[in-house]
Design a protein around this ligand. Structure first.
Ligand code: ADP
Length: 363
């Protein structure tokens, strides 16, 4: 029979042990809750990233991925967990990247799901043999890169052609004793080529000024005077080969912006109409009201444009008929300038055309 003291002492110890156990469990639970919160915070941080992230274990099985990665790679963040990544992304380029295991450079590839998305994938090692796959959408920068390359190639090509012709004539003039008449003819052809190079460079400079300069000033434009000047310039350019009419029912509609940019845009549309309309054709310049807006348009009875070319006409150096454009002294940059100048005035270019019957360019 234990003495009351011993009993009390014993009771006291058990209490203490239970107490400690209880406290320990409470602490463990609090610790687990803290870890859970920490983990959720990490996962939330992973979701906040603008890149796709997939964490892989040492056997290249998926441990976790954020939603961006799930969308980019078309995987399911829940059901695909634990799957080897090579089973889910069977793209030969990706498999080769995994097998070569040289992750010093990212793999840039297109997943070809109809949206032309270009992704840059980098495999980064962490915590011994775990890996983190970082996926960056580089569609935009790849597109800009390609545009820059195409542009440089186009400019070089456009300038090289007249320069080659010019060099050929120079050579001939130097080497051959030519009659005065022939010499004059050669010199005329040479100046034609150099003028062509000059207009290409002039148009390129205009484009780069439009791209680089701050938004146009908001000066009020005297439309009546501008239209009158455009009309007179067009008549001079046509040299009596076309009937050119000006209709201005919206004469008193105010327009604000840069007068020189709009003159250049409208002037380009007019010179195109003149160049692509055969002799005796007609050209209508209109400035009319449409609800709260005013529309400037040039309608010609010229050669027209096949519908498949229309969406691309404002691209630099794009021509529906390269031979005709060059023969007419075109640079292939006119409509690119028009598009830029109009965009700076919150306007867009609308093109409608019927091959053989004429075109309408409206802003
Ligand atoms: P270009 O200097 O070659 O005229 P643009 O950029 O001004 O270059 O025009 C691009 C192309 O659009 C032209 O090459 C031509 O094929 C077509 N185009 C432009 N305006 C007209 C028009 N009024 N009628 C028919 N085709 C046109």
């Amino acid at each position: 029979q234990p003495s009351p003291d011993v009993h009390l002492e014993g009771e006291g110890r058990w209490d203490e042990i239970f107490d400690r156990l209880y406290r320990h469990e409470k602490e463990t639970r609090a610790e687990l809750a803290r870890r859970d919160a920490g983990l959720s915070l990490f996962a939330a941080a992973g979701e906040a990233l603008t890149d796709g992230i997939v964490t892989l274990d040492a056997t290249e099985r998926i441990v976790w991925c954020n939603h961006i990665a799930a969308r980019q790679l078309a995987i399911d963040p829940r059901t695909d967990r634990g799957q080897p990544i090579a089973h889910l992304i069977r793209h030969p380029e990706f498999i080769a990247y995994l097998t070569a295991a040289d992750f010093s450079r990212p793999l840039v590839m297109s997943f070809d799901r109809g949206n032309e998305e270009v992704l840059s994938l980098s495999m980064l090692p962490y915590a011994d043999s775990n890996r983190l796959l970082q996926i960056r959408d580089v569609t935009q920068s790849e597109r800009l890169d390609r545009m820059r390359r195409d542009f440089v190639a186009n400019v070089s090509h456009e300038l090289r052609t007249p320069l080659t012709v010019l060099a050929g004539f120079l050579e001939t003039l130097r080497e051959l004793p030519l009659a005065e008449e022939e010499r004059t003819r050669y010199l005329a052809l040479m100046s034609e080529q150099s003028e062509r190079m000059l207009s290409i460079i002039q148009d390129l400079l205009t484009l780069s000024v439009l791209e680089a300069s701050p938004p146009p000033e908001n000066a009020k434009i005297d439309m009546a005077a501008l239209l009158d000047r455009l009309h007179r310039d067009a008549i001079a350019l046509s040299g009596g080969r076309h009937v050119i009419l000006l209709e201005t029912p919206a004469q008193d509609t105010a327009l604000s912006g840069s007068e020189s940019e709009l003159t250049s845009a409208f002037g380009n549309l007019l010179s195109n109409a003149i160049r692509y309309t055969p002799q005796a054709g007609s050209i209508h310049i209109r400035w009319e009201k449409m609800g709260t807006e005013a529309i400037f348009s040039v309608t010609d009875s010229g050669v027209g444009i096949d519908p498949r070319h229309i969406p691309r006409l404002t691209e630099r150096f794009y021509r529906a008929d390269a031979g005709r454009s060059r023969a007419a002294g075109g640079t292939g940059l006119g409509l690119a300038i028009v598009k830029h100048a109009l965009a700076r005035h919150q306007a867009t270019l609308e093109i409608t055309s019927e091959p053989g019957h004429g075109s309408r360019f409206a802003a």
